[in-house]
Design a protein. Structure first.
Length: 341
C-alpha cells in the first residue's frame, strides 16, 4: 500500500525474492513526496539528528551507488546519482559538527566559516522513481494507481483483506508504505502511530550550465545543482494538514534567501514552484516492522525528510524482519512508533 520510493523499493526486494507483489496507490505512483523532494542523500546537518536517523541514512547512502547502478543497467533510466558534496554555510555549530564528523568517520573540510562534506551525494528523484517503477514492472509486479484503501478487514490477529475504491484485495502479507497517509489508512489499527503531513515548497530554476558544483546549505535552505543546469531551491516546513497548495509568501522567501546565497540567481525566471507532503514523525525516526497486534501487517513509513535516502536501507531491514534474518544495525528505535502495547 503506497507506490512511493519506500513502497517501490520494498516491492522490488520482494519480487527479487520471487514473491508475487501488488502495489496499490491512492494517486499516481511516486507522485507525492518521493517526486517532490530534492534528493540529497544525507541529513541536512547530521549532527542535529538522533543516531537512529543517521544510522539508517548512512546505511542507505552506502547501498545507493550499487542500487542505482543496477537500476540503470536493468531499465536504461539513469537516476543521475552523483557525489557532488555539500557546503554547509553559517550559522551552525562548527565545533559540534567537527566533533560529530570525527566520531562518525565523515570527511569534513573547514573552509573559512563553512564546512564542506565532499562525500554527500544526490539523486534526481523523478528519474529514480521512473527507474524503480520500470524495474518493479519488469520483475512482474503489479501497480494499481488511483486506488484508495477504505478499510482494513481483520479478524483473529490477521488482516483478512482490504477494501478499496477499486474493490477488495487479499494477500498473505500486507505492507503499509503510504507515507503521510499511513496513520489515516490504518484507521482503528493505528495504535499510537504519529505520522502526519508536513508541507514542503520547492522552486526550480534553469541555467545553461550548473552555476555551482556542489549542494549549498544554509540555515535549513538548500540549493541543489543538477547536471543539465537545473537548480532546485528548498524547502519550507509547514504544518498545514493535507494542503498541497503553494504560496506567494513561500516563493518570495525562498527566492530572496537563495539570491543572497547565490547572487547569479537574481533575474532568473522561475521554471516551476511545487509542494509535497512529507510523512513527518517524532525525531524524524520512521516506523518499520510488524504491527504489534496483526501478524501479517507491516509498515515502512514515517521517514519525514529522508525517505529517499533511507529507502534501500528501510527495505532491507523490513525484509530481514519478515524473513527472520539478522539485522545490520539496532532496529529497536523503528519499532517504537506504535507506542506501548
Amino acid at each position: 500500500m503506497g507506490a512511493g520510493v519506500s513502497g517501490l523499493a520494498t516491492a522490488q526486494r520482494l519480487l527479487i525474492q520471487g514473491l508475487s507483489v501488488t502495489v496499490l496507490d491512492r494517486g499516481g505512483a511516486g507522485q507525492e513526496s518521493s517526486w517532490a523532494g530534492g534528493g540529497i542523500l544525507s541529513p541536512l546537518c547530521p549532527w542535529d539528528y538522533p543516531e537512529a536517523v543517521t544510522r539508517l541514512t548512512s546505511l542507505g547512502a552506502t547501498i545507493f551507488p550499487g542500487w542505482v547502478g543496477e537500476l540503470h543497467a536493468a531499465t536504461g533510466i539513469d537516476p543521475e546519482y552523483e557525489v557532488s558534496g555539500m557546503r554547509v554555510m553559517p550559522p551552525f555549530n562548527l565545533s559540534l559538527a567537527r566533533r560529530w564528523c570525527d566520531e562518525h568517520a565523515w570527511i569534513a573540510e573547514e573552509q573559512r566559516e563553512a564546512l564542506f562534506l565532499p562525500e554527500v551525494a544526490q539523486v534526481r528523484n523523478p528519474r529514480l522513481i521512473q527507474a524503480l517503477r520500470r524495474h518493479v514492472e519488469m520483475l512482474g509486479g503489479r501497480i494499481v494507481e488511483h486506488c484508495e484503501v477504505q478499510k482494513i478487514a481483520a479478524e483473529g490477529g490477521m488482516v483478512q483483506g482490504i477494501e478499496t475504491t477499486l474493490g477488495n484485495f487479499s494477500a498473505d502479507c500486507y505492507i503499509n508504505c503510504a507515507g503521510a497517509w499511513s496513520e489515516q489508512l490504518l484507521g482503528q489499527y493505528a495504535m499510537k502511530l504519529d505520522i502526519k503531513p508536513i508541507r514542503g515548497q520547492m522552486l526550480l530554476f534553469k541555467f545553461d550550465v550548473p552555476p555551482i558544483p556542489h549542494i549549498l546549505l544554509q540555515d535549513g535552505m538548500y540549493l541543489i545543482p543538477r547536471r543539465d543546469g537545473h537548480m532546485l531551491v528548498g524547502s519550507t516546513l509547514e504544518d498545514v494538514g493535507f494542503d498541497k497548495s503553494t504560496t506567494i509568501a513561500a516563493r518570495e522567501s525562498l527566492r530572496q534567501r537563495a539570491e543572497l546565497l547565490l547572487p547569479s540567481l537574481r533575474g532568473m525566471p522561475l521554471v516551476q514552484h511545487w509542494s509535497g507532503l512529507r510523512p513527518a514523525s517524532p525525531g524524524n525516526i520512521p516506523t518499520i516492522g510488524r504491527h504489534p497486534l496483526l501478524q501479517n501487517l507491516y509498515i515502512n513509513s514515517g521517514h519525514f525528510r529522508y525517505g529517499v535516502t533511507m529507502a534501500p536501507a528501510s527495505a532491507e531491514i523490513l525484509l530481514n524482519e519478515i524473513n527472520g534474518i539478522e539485522q545490520p544495525l539496532d532496529v529497536s528505535p523503528y519499532h517504537d512508533g506504535w507506542g506501548d502495547v
